[in-house]
Design a protein around this ligand. Structure first.
Ligand code: GLU
Length: 499
């Protein structure tokens, strides 16, 4: 297909919802995979929802995940302006065309009348719908009201009967009964268009070939198609993506956790992981989303943005709702963390380690070399960057806080913990500083325990707790190597003093 053009058309709410990121990603991938252009258009006609600096923030976070647009505000392009409130004149002209063609009409009903009408409909358990009072006003009546400067909106003149057939690229033909449709507002009384008019006019003028948007817009499709027909325009292809659901199957909302991509960034999720996770919320190289589970190999779900740009095929977007499974996101994030070159990972972890660095007065434990070793030991099990602070705190703290009982392995008594730790000190002291590696530490302790047929856990558990103050941590030899000989001995002596 020639000249593929897609658009991401968010309202500037001040943050990027994870569901909108999915739309942005699919818009971007569809364009890239078909050698087309992706356009960013800001739909700010709802002034109540407008937030200062929202557009800049939006571009910044999209940039962070690696999604860039070919045209848009601040990006240039031949189809601008790309901000709807800067296009009001264009909409006005199109409204005039619809009025002239009798496909739209003036409605002078006051908000009070409409409220009353709605209240009555509610009482009678009827769906709230405009009663079309102004649909057949005569030209003379209209002119008189306009002369009196009565406030008005412009409504779309919908067919009263029949079936409206629309087509979604993923679902095929969808039928709507005209009776279900309302003469909805196209232009508000302040001269600003509604989404319905603005999006159709812009999609046409910006030569959009594929409209990719959320499934919640399917009910708008007949209204859109009727507008295309009214203007005598060929509609673009419509692709409605499956909803993003919470685990309970409901709408993903702030109440159940973070919904802003910015929040995930702050917590320490990597852009690669967010992209990879988002694409799987509705697309799979294997076709339907449920099918990918059959492959059984989680690694077959790992894709970089670059790979997706080639592999993506919009026909493989699923239609059933996709669950936002945070455990899956954590898994994918952990995968990308493991793949990170260590130096890069250290840089990424630094903001989350600042607090820890303040916990020691030991300059050696504030050096880049030490921090690198600490990050390296956690790289395998780290799932979210922000966890690095908590996980590695003991590497930095001058004083570990833990209770005596934690030193006990199974049915041990404190008395033997003490003598076992003393033995460990004795063994460790014999290892020369220049030979202080996890292997030599292991060698020295293990050889002794084996020769004497002693229980490994009764020595290694108290040793590990003395070094970390934790129930769970990396193994004692690795920790000991990183801490260094003198700090190790100091910590074990502190544990003995606790008893
Ligand atoms: N402005 C609409 C939104 O924020 C865009 C819907 C569409 O893509 O057409 O959801």
């Amino acid at each position: 297909m020639k000249n593929v053009r897609t658009r991401f058309a968010p309202s500037p709410t001040g943050y990027l919802h994870v569901g909108s990121l999915k739309t942005a990603l699919f818009v971007y991938l569809l364009a890239k995979s078909m050698d087309g252009k992706a356009i960013l258009r800001i739909e700010d006609t709802d002034q109540k929802r407008k937030v200062e600096g929202a557009v800049e923030k939006l571009i910044e976070i999209l940039d962070w995940v690696g999604i860039s647009f070919d045209e848009g505000p601040g990006l240039g392009g031949d189809y601008g302006p790309y901000i709807q409130t800067q296009r009001l004149e264009i909409y006005k002209n199109h409204i005039d065309e619809l009025l002239a063609k009798k496909k739209a009409y003036y409605c002078f009903c006051t908000p009070e009348r409409l409220d009353k009408m709605r209240a009555e409909q509610q009482k009678m358990k009827l769906p709230p719908r405009y009663d079309r009072k102004c649909r057949d006003l005569s030209q003379a009546e209209i002119e008189k009201k306009l002369k009196n400067q009565e406030k008005y909106v412009i409504r779309q003149k919908m067919p009263l009967t029949g079936i409206i057939k629309v087509y979604d690229e993923l679902r095929g033909e969808i039928k709507f009964n005209a009776k279900e449709l309302e003469d909805h507002v196209l232009l508000k009384s302040n001269g600003v268009p509604t989404y319905h008019l603005a999006s159709v006019v812009d999609d046409r003028l910006m030569e959009i070939s594929h409209v990719v948007r959320g499934e919640e817009w399917i009910p708008s499709l007949p209204k859109n198609i009727l507008l295309y027909q009214a203007f005598n325009w060929t509609p673009p292809k419509f692709i409605h993506m499956p909803l993003t659901l919470n685990k309970g199957g409901g709408k993903l909302s702030k109440r159940q956790g973070d919904v802003a991509v910015e929040d995930y960034k702050t917590k320490g999720y990597l852009p690669e992981a967010i992209i990879n996770f988002s694409v799987l919320l509705g697309w799979s190289p294997y076709g339907k989303i449920s099918d990918d589970k059959k492959s059984g190999d989680k690694f077959s779900e790992i894709f970089s943005l670059k790979e997706l740009e080639k592999a993506f095929n919009y026909k493989k977007i699923g239609t059933s709702g996709a669950v936002f499974d945070i455990e899956k996101l954590d898994y994918i994030n952990g995968y990308y963390i493991r793949k990170k070159p260590l130096d890069e990972l250290v840089d990424l972890c630094m903001p989350f380690l600042k607090k820890n660095l303040k916990k020691t007065t030991d300059k050696k434990r504030q050096t880049g070399k030490y921090i690198k070793k600490v990050v390296a030991i956690e790289q395998e099990r780290l799932k979210i960057l922000s966890e690095i602070g908590e996980l590695t705190e003991f590497f930095f703290s001058d004083k570990l806080e833990y209770s005596q009982d934690l030193l006990l392995w199974k049915k041990m008594e404190l008395k033997s913990v003490k003598s076992n730790l003393e033995k460990i000190i004795e063994l460790l002291e014999k290892i020369p500083e220049q030979n202080w590696t996890n292997d030599s530490i292991e060698d020295s302790i293990y050889t002794y325990l084996k020769a004497k047929e002693l229980k490994v856990g009764e020595y290694l558990w108290p040793m590990r707790v003395a070094l970390t103050g934790r129930k769970a941590s990396p193994g004692p030899y690795d920790v000991a190597e990183i801490l260094g000989k003198s700090e190790c001995l100091r910590r074990i002596k502190n544990a003995i003093d606790l008893i």
